[in-house]
Design a protein around this ligand. Structure first.
Ligand SMILES: [Zn+2]
Ligand SMILES: [Zn+2]
Length: 352
């Protein structure tokens, strides 16, 4: 079968590898659509970040070259001995978290905080940029009627956004700001709408992304090149937002996200960072603010799919391009690095 494998930064190859062979407790999936994620881009541009290179990953027991792709939907083709959750033919999405099941966080059910955290499609053992892949039974969620495979490929990134909003202190009627309107930032805007935020503001440089943010529910989008984002947000919200979300990973943005909140405000850091970011702690201390990080998601895929059935996180609004696996590097990774107008690019793994 065909698969796109990461060898090193700037070296992802579409090549022929062996199909996975079914084993007890496993589920084999024919992949339908797979999204390209910001973290895939980081691995492509400047990796390895999550990709195990020297030592095999603790859970997958695999290392580079690894199959990429962690945002995907597909159809079950085979189930291993003992599997009861799904049957061949079922449409599924994969919750790609690899966790050890044994560390203190895993024992408390907080598997996204596992000390050996990894992702199917980033940490070895297969992935979505492939015709077939195989995962453990607990990683699979059956898709409800009425959700398309395209929609299924958006469940994973939408789960990040919904988890971020759920872990924030936001209450219905509160005001929020989202710094960065890339795919996750846009999904955070939608999750905020689902949570009942009364006013949502975004801060974004790209005009295309700013337009998308408005379409998805941002009341006003501030261009930080043209206006002082913090001042403008404090003015618009009447003294600061209740919760801000940092979704850029740009060091200079973190203090802005903090300063845009009101007293007792909260900043949720959603980004993964390539470098340090400095803040003046007094800006947190003197206003009794909170800064909190979130990683991935847990126990939330079914809720995301229910919200999708209600019309949130719609593929038609977020997918800007559909390509074939053969072109994943030139039309996918390279396009996302160059064109800020792209939101989500979906990749078809099956031969045409
Ligand atoms: Zn992702
Ligand atoms: Zn663990």
């Amino acid at each position: 079968m065909k698969a796109a494998r990461w060898y090193e930064a700037k070296d992802i190859r579409v090549e022929t590898i062996d199909e996975p062979v079914i084993a007890p407790g496993k589920i084999k999936i024919k992949v339908e659509w797979t999204g390209i994620c910001g973290s895939d881009l980081h691995e492509y541009a400047a990796g390895p970040i999550f990709v195990p290179v020297q030592e095999p990953h603790y859970v997958s027991q695999d290392k580079a070259p690894i199959v990429m792709g962690h945002e995907f939907s597909g159809q079950v083709t085979e189930v291993g001995e003992g599997v009861t959750k799904v049957q061949p033919g079922d449409p599924v999405v994969v919750e790609p978290i690899l966790s050890c099941g044994e560390c203190p966080a895993c024992k408390k059910g907080k598997y996204n905080l596992c000390e050996h955290l990894g992702f199917h499609g980033l940490s070895g053992g297969g992935g979505g940029f492939s015709e077939y892949t195989m995962v453990d039974e607990h990683m699979v969620h059956k898709m409800p009627e009425g959700l398309s495979y395209e929609q299924g490929a958006l469940v994973e990134p939408a789960a990040v956004a919904l988890h971020a909003v759920r872990l924030s202190k936001l209450k219905p009627g509160d005001k929020a700001a989202v710094f960065g309107a890339g795919p996750i930032g846009l999904l955070v805007i939608e999750a905020l709408r689902a949570a009942g935020a009364s006013e949502i503001y975004a801060v974004e440089l790209s005009p295309e992304r700013a337009a998308k943010a408005k379409e998805l529910g941002a009341r006003e989008v501030i261009n930080p090149k043209e206006e002082q984002a913090v001042e403008r947000l404090r003015e618009l919200s009447g003294g600061g937002v209740d919760v801000s979300f940092e979704v850029t990973g740009v060091p200079a943005v973190l203090p802005q996200a903090i300063d845009s909140t009101s007293f007792e405000g909260e900043t949720i850091i959603v980004s993964i960072w390539e470098s340090e970011a400095s803040v003046q702690p007094n800006n947190i201390v003197l206003q009794e603010r909170t800064v909190k990080g979130i990683i991935a998601y847990r126990d939330i895929f079914p809720a995301v799919m229910k919200l999708m059935q209600q019309g949130y996180f719609q593929a038609e609004k977020l997918v800007t391009k559909r390509i074939h696996l053969d072109d994943v590097v030139s039309e996918g990774f390279e396009a996302l690095m160059k064109e800020k107008s792209q939101v989500k690019i979906l990749v078809k793994s099956q031969p045409e």
